[in-house]
Ligand binder design. Structure first.
Ligand code: NAP
Length: 246
């Protein structure tokens, strides 16, 4: 990727976000590592990037809270200047069969997975628009394509990112900036650890490559999407799912 750009990775303290932060930091970019509560983990990511010769800061903020996102973006501006690459990665699950899902279960997942994407993109839209090769990268999921038992709220948010991405691609195109979605399959992170073993075995049977993704499998694709090499690709969904059909 073109070095020396400023990147914000939401939910960069753990899992996929951490791998993306370290990947983009390793390419010589300035990285803001957002977290909500995992402060120690976020600082570990910053240390790893700095140890590799890069520049990074940890920025606390609940992406679901517009005021907190505004303060977080000010901190990034003060440290590194305008943001060139926004990776909307922060996401949560609150899984239940639909008949047992409460309105609170529904709302919290909407607030973080879609509201957080609105808040961060809204605060940084002008930066991405004005950037040379500005990049908006939204982390969706195969679940947004296939649906998934017990995940009506989560699947809805992940499908919602498709319409959001295509629309932002149209609105950013005149500025030579792009918006794309990366839709991972099932990735070995804390999120997957919440899935019962017997369900995980059934999922594995549906993955032609016969394994869950490692976080690096996703981070490498995000590096490409964030780079100048992807300049003529916008409004797309990149499925990184081991060959699952949808
Ligand atoms: P994870 O291991 O649970 O990590 C989630 C990250 O998001 C953490 O850094 C967490 O930080 C942060 N986060 C959660 N709520 C937040 C909030 N309100 N504000 C700011 N940060 C918040 O999850 P993951 O598996 O890496 O998933 C990352 C993304 O990939 C999600 O959007 C997820 O939907 C998507 N995805 C995951 C899989 C999978 O199988 N794992 C598959 C497809 C797509 P704190 O700990 O500080 O809260």
């Amino acid at each position: 990727m073109d070095a020396g750009r400023t990147c914000l990775i939401t939910g960069g303290s753990r899992g996929i976000g951490r791998a993306i932060a370290e990947e983009l930091g390793g390419e010589g970019n300035d990285v803001a590592v957002n977290y909500r509560s995992s402060e120690a983990e976020a600082h570990e990511v910053v240390d790893a990037i700095e140890d590799a010769g890069g520049r990074a800061i940890a920025v606390q903020g609940d992406v679901a809270d517009h005021a907190e996102v505004e303060v977080m973006c000010e901190r990034i501006h003060d440290a590194f200047g305008p943001v060139d690459v926004l990776v909307n990665n922060a996401g949560i699950t609150v899984d239940k069969k639909f008949e047992h899902m409460t309105r609170e279960d529904w709302d919290r997942v909407m607030q973080v997975n879609l509201g957080g994407v609105f808040n961060c993109t809204h605060c940084l839209f002008d930066d991405i628009k004005k950037a040379e090769n500005g990049r908006l990268v939204n982390i969706s999921s195969v679940v947004g394509q296939q649906g998934n038992y017990g995940q009506a709220n989560y699947a809805t948010t992940k499908s919602g990112l498709f319409g959001f991405t295509r629309t932002l691609a149209l609105e950013l195109a005149r500025h030579d900036s792009t918006a794309n979605c990366v839709a991972p399959g099932f990735v070995a992170t804390d999120m997957l650890e919440t899935v019962p073993e017997r369900v995980k075995e059934k999922i594995l049977d549906r993955i032609p490559l016969g394994r869950f993704a490692e976080v690096e499998d996703v981070a490498g694709i995000v590096r490409f999407v964030a780079s100048e090499d992807s300049s003529y690709m916008t409004g797309q969904i990149l499925a990184v799912n081991g060959g699952m059909e949808w």
